[in-house]
Design a protein around this ligand. Structure first.
Ligand code: SF4
Ligand code: SF4
Length: 376
């Protein structure tokens, strides 16, 4: 992306604006021991990401650093015991994630139906997993599909894997035919089958991140089959394809929450919009999109699809500044350099994203750092 390096003043002010809310909101989520220094350390890191994004004009490069750090913090905090490595990192008991957004998206119909039954029988249930719904609504109003590239503690894994090799070994620029619709078809299938069985089918059979005993069947043969499917899904979509192709195959093709956000994320006003007057139709953005969310053809300009999760990669590579964040398709007037540059749809989106990812990341990363330091 051809962007002028911005002045230090606006970049530092932006960093300070990010630092304050991340420090404030993360305080109740941090471990009580060392709360303030851990909070200061973490908020400073998130603020530096903001400064670097503004200063360099590159969104996805610095976003992915934060995103991968959150995923690593999550793996150490919650999943290290999977590999028997927990004893090296933390003396705290291994913990399972109580419920996650991926499970919520694929089982929401069965939870709603159970709630309906409880309501009709006069015994109103506590909302249980659906209490996550309020959090989902707030985050979706602020970020939309941006959750999947800025906050999701699973998405950082395939984003990180897709960036290990400097150049992909296998070129994979576009999806054939209607494969782009596969995630939505899978989501509908999972919703229906979860409703008919009242079980979280994706978590039980496909999610590589549920390779923990609490989700596996007590029957030996069934458990082995579950394990095999989860390992294959993880090896192919979370590790193999991202490593070889540079594409985020888990997020782009398998994750039901990504498909869910592609449908409901539009309640958020931020968009990624192509400016036809400056686009030179070079096709770089479509080739670089890690989740195949730009459709390009010889006869027309590229088209950004609803699945776009606002990662910023296309903007980083566009040589003509032809694609950018907008609010409902309109950029705000802030252009060029100086203080006026802060009044910009990109700045508003990145601010929301950093505050939310910084706040949720404080659940994992500071305690993971403390555990790692304790292990030294
Ligand atoms: S938006 Fe940029 S990268 Fe995409 S085709 Fe147009 S000029 Fe090329
Ligand atoms: S269209 Fe651009 S911002 Fe959206 S997912 Fe693809 S690369 Fe990221």
């Amino acid at each position: 992306m051809k962007t002028q390096a911005r002045d230090w003043g606006p970049s530092l002010l932006f960093g300070a604006l990010v630092f304050e809310p991340v420090l404030f909101f993360s305080q109740p989520l941090l471990p009580s021991q060392g709360r303030l220094p851990l909070g200061l350390l973490w908020a400073s890191f998130v603020a530096c990401i903001g400064v670097l994004i503004l200063r360099t004009g590159r969104v996805s490069r610095w976003r992915s650093l934060l995103f991968v750090v959150i995923a690593l913090g999550f793996l150490i905090r919650y999943k290290a015991s999977l590999l028997g490595a927990g004893r090296f990192f933390t003396s705290e008991a291994a913990q399972e994630v109580p419920y996650c957004h991926i499970a919520l998206s694929s089982t929401v119909l069965s939870h709603l139906y159970q709630q309906y039954l409880a309501f009709m029988s006069g015994a109103w249930n506590s909302w249980g997993p659906l209490s996550l719904g309020a959090l989902w609504l707030a985050v979706t109003l602020a970020l939309g599909q941006g959750w999947c590239s800025w906050v999701c503690f699973y998405g950082g894994i395939d984003d990180g894997m897709s960036r290990i090799l400097p150049k992909p070994l296998l070129k994979w620029h576009r999806l054939p035919g209607r494969l782009r619709d596969f995630p939505l078809a899978l989501l509908i299938f999972l919703l229906l089958i979860s409703l008919s069985t009242f079980t979280p089918i994706f978590c039980l059979w496909l999610c590589p991140l549920k390779l923990t005993t609490s989700f596996l069947d007590p029957v030996d043969s069934t458990r082995k089959l579950q394990l095999a499917l989860m390992i294959v899904a993880g090896a192919v979509f979370l590790v193999g394809l991202p490593l070889l192709t540079g594409k985020r195959a888990f997020c782009g093709l398998l994750c039901p929450f990504g498909a869910w956000q592609a449908v409901f994320g539009r309640i958020n006003p931020f968009r990624v919009t192509l400016d036809e007057s400056t686009c030179t139709d070079c096709g770089l953005c479509a080739r670089s999109c890690p989740i195949f969310s730009i459709r390009s053809s010889k006869d027309s300009k590229p088209e950004v699809l609803d699945a776009c999760n606002r990662c910023g990669q296309c903007m980083d590579v566009c040589p003509a500044s032809g694609i950018r964040y907008t609010i409902l398709g309109r950029p705000l007037p802030g252009k060029g350099s100086g203080w006026a540059s802060l009044w910009d749809a990109r700045i508003l989106f990145v601010f929301s994203a950093l505050v939310i990812s910084g706040t949720l990341g404080s659940l994992f990363v500071p305690s993971a750092i403390r555990a790692l330091l304790g292990a030294l």
